[in-house]
Design a protein around this ligand. Structure first.
Ligand code: NFS
Ligand code: SF4
Length: 658
């Protein structure tokens, strides 16, 4: 790079305090710049987003194009084939839904495959840890469970759940869990998913040049495909992970980069599938490997997670978590990471270079995800330890030969995570009669105004964690209970909200509930596939009664304030199709004042679904969600209850005196 080029890049680089509110990441970003190492924040500053692509106003589905339409005058031009702006935007959006759904369903199908190997006895490295969950899941889709052997139920369950992916006609098994009226809406529009493979295949085919050119019809298939993810692939993934590894219950853990230890062999696992992580957990607890680490001069081996499988392991086993998506390169800058193992999804190619700069061995482990320059050690589920022991051995040897100065940000946030759908049952309902009745009661009486799901990524194009944190603070201050998954919950954990003490930030009604139960005002439910837990919780709220007949009637809303991945779009679409108002931040790939925009942001709600919303501003986002929650409360006739609940003692005395 010439000096002139360097200067031009430097002039574009932003102040670290403008790109993140995560102090650890800011500290490492400053160090990286000192060390001459580039990370995603730097690249985001120098890579200008394409304005036509940002509006989704271009199509490259065939070689008569690529065709660029004019976002200022969207109906002034069509593609060479005649495709209109609505067709082009809808097709681009649909392919995002298809890709995102494919990621989750592929992951879920892999989980189910492993489950199949375990139940048939072909795999003995994993086992069924939660037989009760197995029985509950089987019963929820109508399988006979009374008086039967666990193994027989498991074989039937495996067989039945395979339909989630491979079924050609009919309805996916978990359609049985959908509230009746919501399911009726899906049936009316013919969007009950058949099997994920079929839906994704059809989505890809329909968006080929010259096929489906009716944006409404394309959006219908978007919903069907996304539902095959949320109520299909993702839900199977969550349920099978719980059966194999245990259903989470709240656990105290630590979040932030300070969980790395200078005097220990630090192993980071980053990715999405719990199989790799569970096996590494077994490896780091193996006495011979612990001895080897000590012989190399370390106090022991320190296993740490990042991103979604990190969130899952944190919820299930209390494994410490070092940070979310925007921190995965930054964490390597500490020089303290002795090995990083990755599996699939959200693994930046940029990691290779940063790892190289600090002598950290980076291992890919899944045949679906190799990266040029990273070493591949395949994880064979029938012999997982061969891979994970090797990662630990390589980490020990890197520790022994550490060449780079270590600088670990001294930041640790104690956090409680692991609120499964089942635990919320127990927590609010008491140990004898667990149910969602107390949650519904507290919503009806107005102490809890409504429930929000705040989920999704961080994105180096916006100040890391800032939108998540401001949004959630504003929601809880207004008595909205917040459920979280994925990278978003890590943002809030670093901001200190995952403690019961954080209830002081909540409004009076929510604070009272938190204090009675001893829970934080935000509940972490796991990784992104665990958004399925939010869907199940919503269905349960409908079934318990008093809050309407469908998910669309509930006083709930969703948000992905710093999204970046196609998976997030798939999640957004399945929430919308399930009946939830869902607001995205950062940017939205659409031109306003088009028919396609009107359909997503208004029309879907008129058809009985939820709808999309967009704003990059966290306070505006919170207010949009709260306004929607209030609208639903009014429709349910429970808006007055809230006014009564929130009058204070002074008001009461005045009423009594009058
Ligand atoms: Ni979800 Fe997880 Fe994070 Fe976003 Fe990526 S790790 S699956 S996509 S960035 S929340
Ligand atoms: Fe252009 Fe139509 Fe081909 Fe797209 S499908 S690139 S709009 S000609």
């Amino acid at each position: 790079m010439t000096d002139k080029e360097k200067k031009s890049i430097e002039s574009k680089l932003l102040d670290v305090s403008d790109v993140t509110i995560c102090e650890a990441t800011a500290q490492m970003l400053t160090k990286a710049r000192r060390d001459g190492v580039e990370i995603a924040f730097d690249r985001a500053a120098t890579m200008k987003a394409c304005p036509i692509g940002a509006d989704s106003a271009c199509c490259k589905h065939c070689s008569m194009g690529p065709c660029r339409l004019n976002s200022k005058d969207p109906y002034g031009k069509v593609g060479v084939c005649g495709a209109t702006i609505d067709t082009i935007m809808a097709r681009n959006f649909a392919r995002m839904v298809a890709a995102g759904s494919a990621c989750h369903t592929d992951h879920g199908m892999g989980m189910l495959e492993l489950f199949g190997e375990v139940v048939t006895g072909h795999n003995q490295d994993y086992s069924i840890k939660d037989p009760q969950k197995l029985i509950d899941v089987a019963a929820s889709i109508g399988l006979e469970t009374a008086g039967r052997e666990i193994k027989d139920i498991a074989i039937d369950l495996h067989h039945e759940l395979e339909k989630t992916y491979t079924q050609v006609n009919g309805e996916i098994p978990f359609a049985k869990r959908v509230p009746k009226k919501t399911l009726e809406t899906w049936r009316k529009h013919n969007i009950v998913p058949r099997g994920a493979m079929r839906e994704i295949m059809e989505m890809m085919g329909r968006t080929h040049m010259g096929e489906d050119q009716d944006y409404e019809n394309i959006v219908n298939q978007c919903s069907r495909t996304a539902l095959a993810d949320g109520w299909g692939g993702s839900m199977v993934s969550t349920e099978i992970s719980d059966i194999l590894y245990g259903t989470p219950v709240p656990v105290l853990t630590e979040v932030n980069m300070g969980v790395l230890k200078e005097n220990m062999v630090n192993v980071i696992i980053h990715g999405h599938e719990p199989n790799l992580f569970e096996s590494v957990l077994a490896s780091v607890n193996t006495p011979t490997l612990v001895e080897a680490a000590k012989a190399a001069g370390a106090d022991g081996i320190n296993l740490v997670g990042m991103c979604c499988s990190g969130a899952e392991m944190m919820s299930r086993h209390g494994i410490p978590h070092a940070g979310n998506f925007s921190s995965t390169e930054a964490v390597l800058v500490t020089g303290a990471v002795d090995a990083m193992g990755v599996d699939v999804q959200c693994i930046k190619q940029g990691l290779v270079k940063v790892a190289e700069c600090y002598g950290t061995p980076l291992f890919t482990t899944n045949p679906r995800c190799k990266i040029e320059g990273a070493q591949h050690i395949a994880l064979d589920e029938n012999d997982p330890r061969a891979c994970t022991d090797e990662i630990v051995i390589r980490a020990i040897s890197r520790f022994k030969n550490r060449k780079y100065p270590v600088e670990i940000p001294k930041l640790i946030n104690p956090s409680i995570h692991g609120f499964s759908y089942e635990y919320i049952n127990y927590m609010l309902g008491g140990s004898f009669r667990g149910s969602y009745t107390p949650l519904n009661d507290n919503i009806i009486n107005g102490r809890i105004r409504g429930v929000a799901g705040v989920v999704g990524c961080t994105n180096p194009r916006v100040k890391q964690d800032y939108v998540h944190v401001e949004l959630v603070k504003h929601l809880i201050k207004n008595d909205v209970l917040v459920l979280q998954t994925g990278c978003s919950q890590i943002a809030l954990a670093k901001a200190g909200l995952y403690t019961p003490e954080a209830a002081y930030l909540a409004g009076p009604g929510l604070r009272e509930v938190c204090e009675t139960v001893g829970m934080p005002p935000v509940l972490g439910l796991g990784s992104c596939v665990d958004n399925s837990r939010i869907l199940i919780a919503a269905s349960e709220m409908v079934k318990v009664g008093g809050l309407g007949e469908s998910i669309a009637d509930l006083p709930v809303a969703g948000a992905a304030p710093e999204w970046m991945s196609e998976k997030a779009i798939a999640i957004g679409q399945y929430f919308v199709a399930s009946g939830v108002y869902t607001v995205f931040g950062v940017t939205f790939p659409i031109i306003t004042d088009t028919k396609f925009h009107k359909l997503l942001f208004e029309g879907l709600e008129e058809r009985g679904f939820g709808k999309w919303g967009f704003t990059p501003d966290p306070i505006e986002m919170a207010n949009m969600m709260i306004a929607h929650i209030d609208k639903k409360r009014k429709a349910l006739g429970i808006d007055k209850a809230r006014e009564r609940t929130l009058i204070d003692m002074n008001d009461r005395r005045q009423i009594a005196a009058a």
